[in-house]
Design a binder for this molecule. Structure first.
Ligand code: LCV
Length: 259
C-alpha cells in the first residue's frame, strides 16, 4: 500500500503524503515512496513538483520516524539514513520542488521542506526544529540546509528552543516564500508551478544545480570535520540520547542530565 499518492497534470507532478497513522512521519517506507515518485517524474519529464499532504491536515509531517532511530551508540543521521536520502533527492531533482504546507512541520520534515525550492504555507502552518527536544545530534549537512534557509539567529532560536514558529514569522524571516489563505493555498501554489513549467526546463535545471553547488560550497577542514563527528558521537553515545528516544516512545517528557 503506497504511502503517497501521485499524479501528473501537464508538466506538473504532485506527491501527496498519505501516512496518516503516523502523521506522515518520514519512515524508510514513506521516504522510499517519495523518492520513487520523484524518480518517475524525471522520466515523465515533469517540470515542476508539488510536495503536499492531504487537504486540511493538522500535521504536514511529524518528521523523522522516531521508531526507526537507533537506540544509541550509532549515528542516527548517517549518510544512508532515509531522511538524508530524501533531502538529497529533493535537492538533486532537476525540476523545482514546491512544498505546499498546511499544519505542523516537525524536526527532519522541516529540513525536507527547506530542501524544497519554494515553500507556500497556509496560515496554520508551523515549523519546529526538534533535535534538542529529542537529544539528537543533528548532522552537518542538515544544519547547512537550515542555515541556507533562514537567518542564523532564527535557526539558533528554533534549534535551541525546539519551539514551533508560525507561518507568519516564517514568511517574515524569509524561511518560506508565501503564506496563502487555506482556501486559496492550492490555486496559489499551482499558479507558481504553471509559471515555472512555461519556462525553459533546461535553464531552470542548471540554475537549480548551480545554486545547490554554491549553497553547499562551505570549506570545512579535515580536522574540523573530525572534531564535529567526535562531538556528535559523544551525543549519540550519551545517556541523554537514549533518554530522549525512550521518553518519546513512552510518551513522557524526557529528563536530561547533560551526560
Ligand atoms: C514516529 C510518530 C511520530 C514520529 N515518529 O497525534 O529533527 S530531529 O533530530 O528531532 C529528528 C530525529 C526528527 O525529526 O524527530 C522527530 C521530531 N518530531 C516530533 O517531535 C513530533 C512528534 N510528534 C508529535 O508531537 C505529535 O505526534 C504530533 C503533534 C505530530 C501529532 O499529534 P497528534 O495528537 O495528532 P499522535 O501524537 O497521537 O500521533 C499519532 C501516532 O503517530 C506517532 C505517535 O507515536 C502515534 O502513534 P500511536 O498511535 O501508535 O500512539 N508519531 C507521531 N510522530 N516523529 N511516530
Amino acid at each position: 500500500m503506497p504511502l503517497v499518492e501521485t499524479k501528473i497534470e501537464g508538466f506538473v507532478g504532485t506527491i501527496c503524503l498519505d501516512y496518516f497513522e503516523k502523521r506522515n512521519a518520514f519512515s524508510a517506507a514513506l521516504v522510499e515512496d517519495v523518492i520513487k515518485a520523484l524518480d518517475a517524474f524525471v522520466d515523465g519529464r515533469v517540470r515542476a513538483v508539488v510536495l503536499r499532504a492531504r487537504p486540511g491536515v493538522k500535521i504536514w509531517s511529524a518528521g523523522h520516524d522516531v521508531d526507526e532511530l537507533p537506540e544509541g551508540r550509532r549515528d542516527p543521521l548517517g549518510w544512508y539514513d532515509p531522511l538524508r536520502r530524501l533531502v538529497r533527492t529533493i535537492e538533486n531533482h532537476p525540476a523545482p520542488v514546491i512544498a505546499m504546507i498546511e499544519g505542523g512541520v516537525w524536526g527532519g520534515a522541516c529540513e525536507a521542506a527547506m530542501a524544497c525550492d519554494i515553500i507556500v504555507a497556509a496560515p496554520n502552518a508551523t515549523f519546529a526544529l526538534t533535535p534538542a527536544k529529542l537529544g539528537v545530534p543533528y548532522n552537518v549537512s542538515g544544519m547547512l540546509t537550515f542555515l541556507n534557509a533562514a537567518p542564523l539567529r532564527l535557526i539558533k532560536e528554533m534549534a535551541f528552543t525546539a519551539r514551533p514558529i508560525s507561518a507568519e514569522r516564517a514568511v517574515n524571516a524569509g524561511l518560506i516564500n508565501h503564506v496563502a489563505p487555506s482556501d486559496e493555498l492550492e490555486s496559489f501554489t499551482y499558479a507558481i508551478a504553471v509559471d515555472i513549467v512555461a519556462n525553459a526546463p533546461l535553464s531552470i535545471a542548471v540554475m537549480k544545480e548551480e545554486l545547490r553547488i554554491l549553497a553547499g560550497a562551505h570549506p570545512m577542514s579535515p580536522q574540523g570535520w573530525e572534531r564535529v563527528q567526535g562531538l556528535r558521537r559523544i551525543v549519540y553515545d550519551s545517556a541523554d540520547y537514549v533518554e530522549g528516544v525512550k521518553a518519546f516512545k513512552e510518551k513522557r517528557k524526557p529528563v536530561y542530565r547533560g551526560e
